[in-house]
Design a protein around this ligand. Structure first.
Ligand code: PGA
Length: 246
């Protein structure tokens, strides 16, 4: 895994945005795998700035988001569809019909999930997948467990994740207990993966991802099997790496 150090969140976001913009410049009809959460927000802001400067266009891009809370509709301010529309899609020239996010209100999550994987495959797979990492080592909502799960599916969120994400809701009770998440096969099938990490609370997960065994207890460790992963992280997130990596 290639590691790119950033001084802070602003520099991480700038470097990530340039990485994504370069991908789109070289392949204007790129299929992007996109992520939500506090980590990629600055990257989207920087991409919007590049778009307004005429440095990148998303007109031919299509996108597939990693996950969505199950039971939140697109108008709920904490739904990931709402996040993406407000923080990125509406502010650039991507075509709404080319954006895909799991349907948090699907009455048939199993059928929906299988169809989502088919749609990604039919689009030719993901060219560049953007990822964050949970402080428990999850990627998307692939939570720590006894086995890795390949397919997109409905999952129960771990208590740790519910607590981490409670900061976005009025109270912890309002955090949905389930989500539809892209499975590890669609994520790992991406041609390139860009993973971002910022802050001390990610340092243990980053260390285990890079230096630990490939273990479903730390889902991000499976990225060790992918030939083209770049981690852009600030000094705090890299703070616990052994000296050979840092
Ligand atoms: P965060 O979430 O960006 O809000 O820290 C990361 C994740 O859970 O993947």
């Amino acid at each position: 895994m290639k590691i790119i150090k950033a001084r802070d969140y602003v520099e991480m976001s700038r470097k990530a945005a340039h990485y994504i913009a370069a991908q789109v410049l070289l392949k204007p009809n790129s299929v992007l795998g996109l992520a939500t959460g506090s980590t990629p927000l600055g990257t989207y802001q920087e991409l919007i700035r590049l778009y307004h400067n005429g440095e990148v266009s998303f007109i031919q891009v299509s996108s597939f988001n990693l996950d969505e809370y199950y039971s939140l509709g697109p108008n709920h301010p904490q739904s990931y569809r709402y996040f993406m529309d407000e923080n990125f899609f509406k502010q650039v020239d991507i075509q709404a019909e080319n954006t895909h996010i799991p349907d948090g209100l699907s009455p048939n999550p199993d059928g929906f999930s299988a169809d989502y994987d088919r749609q990604i495959a039919n689009a030719g797979g993901i060219d560049l997948q953007l990822l964050g990492i949970g402080s428990n080592g999850h990627i998307a909502f692939n939570e720590p467990g006894k086995v890795f799960s390949a397919q997109t599916r409905l999952v129960d969120l771990k208590e740790h994740t519910i607590e981490d994400n409670a900061r976005f809701f009025d109270s912890k009770d309002e955090v949905p207990r389930q989500a539809i998440t892209m499975g590890l096969k669609s994520i790992l099938s991406a041609k390139r993966i860009l993973i971002l990490a910022c802050g001390e609370n990610k340092a243990d997960a980053v260390k285990a991802m890079l230096e630990g065994p490939i273990d479903p207890a730390l889902p991000a460790s499976i990225l060790q099997l992918h030939p083209n992963v770049t981690l852009i992280a600030d000094e705090k997130a890299l703070g616990k790496l052994s000296s050979s990596n840092s």
